[in-house]
Write a protein that binds this ligand. Sequence first.
Ligand SMILES: [Zn+2]
Length: 300
Amino acid sequence: MRLFVRKKYTAIKVQKKDLPSGLWVKCQDCNEIAYKHEIDALQGVCPKCGFHFQILPQERLAQMVETGSFQEWDADLVSADPLEFNGQVSYVAKLAENRRKGPLKEAVLCGQGRMGPFTVALGIMDFNFLGGSMGSVVGEKITRLFERATRQRLGIIVVCATGGARMYEGLFSLMQMAKTSAAVAAHAQAALPFISVLTHPSMAGVMASFATLGDVIIAEPKALIGFAGPRVIKETTREDIPKGFQRSEFVLKHGLIDMIVPRKDLTSTLIRLLGYMLPLVEEKANIQHPTPNSTSPNQG
Ligand SMILES: [Zn+2]
């Protein structure tokens, strides 16, 4: 008797039907596959686990400001290549490739728009553009955003999505940490509110500068928030990191942020917070600039 016999069937090659690309999305948090339309209907949130996907600045803008009210600032600033960085692909080529992806010339969209009854200055970072990294142009646009808002006496909201400072610009990108922080300080000295919104992921040099200097710091659920990433920390300390480490829920518990707000409630929460802070701004502005000896026309 033969121990091994040839199987009496043959494999039939079945041609897979081509699925339209981008119709299904795999969630990076729960690994489930979800229908793209369903995710879009939930403003970019996983229907299975509630993970908040990265969304484009234009989509974010549409969720936040009144239609037609947005005026972009400093749209034409473009990065130079101060270090003449040439890795496998040159920095100049990387920039060109990223500019082709969408309407933005850099990794942050800045401007002013209407949110409820308020005109606010807005900065929205684009993780899709070189990981939302802060080079000299992102730093300059954020700095100008704060300086302009200070002059115009506007509250500021910055939505972060970033891997940190941009390595292609070395020290020039690290300098932006100090520059943006100084602009935030000047805005705060003028008694104007700044709300920082941290989305997945918000890391490194941006977190070590303006992103954590908000009067109120909000995070979206399950966002990765920190300085060095969990893998780097684990390799450096050679210790196991706790479950949920550096996620919004973890950093809220440890006091780094003030609140976690789901995307569907973000705009209404921001308007409510601005409502708490902006009337105070005017009161404080009046206290800061008393005119006891001035003679008004009425006093003659
Ligand atoms: Zn999920």
